[in-house]
Ligand binder design. Sequence first.
Ligand code: DX5
Ligand code: ZN
Length: 219
Amino acid sequence: MLVNIAPSILNADFSNLELVLKQLETGGAKYLHLDIMDGHFVPNLTFGPPVVKSLRAKTNLIFDVHLMVEKPESLIEPFIEAGADMITIHWESTRHPHRLLQKIKDSGKKAGIALNPATLPENLEYLLDLIDLILIMSVNPGFGGQSFINNQLTKIRKVKSMVCKAPQEILLGVDGGINLQTAPLVIEAGANFLVTGSFLFKGDVIKNLKDLIEVCQKS
Ligand code: DX5
Ligand code: ZN
């Protein structure tokens, strides 16, 4: 099975993001996972469209924007203008996930939906035709470096059976606590899109990314 790795820069050195992009490209990344936090939906703040636009000018990596914000409605257009290729909203962050996913699709971009650890996957049943990526949060969103929540493996298996029945391809993503030990577990459960942050940025980024890609290929 082809497994995609989406490095998150949340735990990277923000004083030198251009170097980080080059390291990720050298390590074999195809995606860049951009964690957008507003201090309300999650208790942390990161960055917004201007930073994404600056990064867009430096790389051709596929920009996977993960919105952890209240009122995501107001941020879809700014992030598309900034260069997002995929936008993932949280099911818990809006009363109108269907409308919002439709808006992303109408803009010609890939639409993702993320589920917090306590959110039931059955909530996605009537959204499936609008979804390109389902992102299972295997930590509570807000911070890098947290431990993988094991019971999310059961959710990945449930979502796997849902995406198998969908007529279009839906990526099955996992975000939080992914490293050399947890990657084989989520792949075995059915995931094929792995977000990883703090694991990569401890020590040698290029080596860590190559090691993770190798483990994923063998799983
Ligand atoms: C958490 C973010 C993640 C985070 C993952 O709220 O959505 O993308 O960067 O970091 P690690 O891999 O450290 O769990
Ligand atoms: Zn994320």
